[in-house]
Design a protein around this ligand. Structure first.
Ligand code: GLV
Ligand code: MG
Length: 325
């Protein structure tokens, strides 16, 4: 272990993160009654410019009038390059102090972006004598944000999570796709000719680098890495596959742009009984090994050692968090 201790963000369940446009009061009501771990009330890209002001009003009313208990509630503000952003923060925090848990900063590009929002939020919290300290979630969705992902992750003690915003990231990097997430048939490899002369084509995951890079930056700063949206609402199998590969890489959750996706994410980002049983077996076997003065043993023919204890603890601790204990 390094001498530097990485402080962990406050532990929150973040298996599903549901997006709800602030302009749609019906959707706001549905989200409050839904099963998502985190709901973000959107003032940014799902809200037309002509509706921004009304959306702020709807969100303030929803924060006061709806029952959000059992959920983490976030506010996606507009980007720092717009003239909406300061009013998003000022109007909502002043009118509904102590109601939000998180603020989501979209299209973050530098540590200074986070610093600027931190300054504003800190002043408002002091002025309103807020008792709840707001945390930050940052969407990594531009080439600049990805290039500066480490400094962004470490920019404020309020930081809790990094999110991969695949749609804006594709636009920013000028990737050749108009899908929101998901695979691309053009991104693959053709094998050399096989014995019978045929060649196989394997699709790759064009988002692998971006997600893996974000996961490393998030974990290096004690933050939760969260995978972003998957646009094909009807394709549950596709959503499952995207979520699972993000979970395997270390993400703690995924966005839901429809309530059905939050139900899927909750299940997919909870470790399965089989995984937890295997993790417990590793911990038991290592406890016996330790008593016998051994640092490494085999379990079902596979080597396990002290690193295996840490891997197993990740799963067991997540299962405890899901169970609420
Ligand atoms: C999310 O904001 C995205 O751009 O994918
Ligand atoms: Mg975006």
């Amino acid at each position: 272990m390094s001498f530097k201790i990485v402080e962990q963000a406050p532990a929150r369940l973040n298996r599903s993160e549901q997006a709800v446009p602030g302009s749609n009061t019906k959707f706001l009501e549905k989200a409050a009654a839904g099963d998502a771990d985190v709901v973000f009330l959107d003032l940014e890209d799902a809200v037309a410019p002509s509706e921004k002001e009304q959306a702020r009003k709807n969100i303030i009313a929803a924060l006061h009038d709806l029952d959000w208990s059992g959920k983490t509630v976030s506010l996606r503000i507009n980007g720092l390059d717009t003239h909406y952003m300061y009013r998003d923060v000022v109007d909502v925090l002043e009118a509904a102090p102590d109601k939000l848990d998180l603020i989501m900063i979209p299209k973050v590009g530098t540590a200074a972006d986070v610093y600027a929002v931190d300054m504003l939020v800190t002043q408002i919290e002091a002025a309103t004598k807020a008792t709840k300290r707001i945390g930050f979630e940052m969407i990594i969705e531009t080439a600049l944000g990805m290039a500066n992902v480490d400094e962004i992750a470490g920019a404020s003690p309020r930081n809790e999570s990094l999110h991969f915003g695949v749609a804006d990231y594709a636009a920013s990097t000028k990737a050749r796709t108009t899908n929101i997430g998901g695979p691309n048939a053009e991104y693959g490899v053709l094998t050399d000719p096989l014995e019978d002369g045929s060649r196989a084509y394997y699709w790759g995951d064009m988002w692998h680098y971006a997600i893996a890079r974000m996961v490393v930056a998030a974990r290096a700063h004690g933050l939760r890495p969260i995978d972003g949206p998957f646009g094909d609402i009807k394709d549950a199998e596709g959503y499952r596959a995207q979520a699972m590969r993000a979970a395997v890489l270390g993400c703690e959750g995924k966005w839901a742009i429809h309530p059905s996706q939050s139900t899927l994410a909750n299940a997919l980002f909870s470790p399965s009984e089989k995984e937890v049983a295997q993790a417990r077996a590793i911990l038991d076997a290592m406890a016996v090994a330790e008593k016998e003065g051994k640092g490494a043993v085999t379990l079902n023919g596979k080597l396990i050692d002290y690193a295996s204890i840490k891997q197993a603890e990740v799963l067991v601790n997540k299962a405890k968090q899901v169970a609420g204990g």
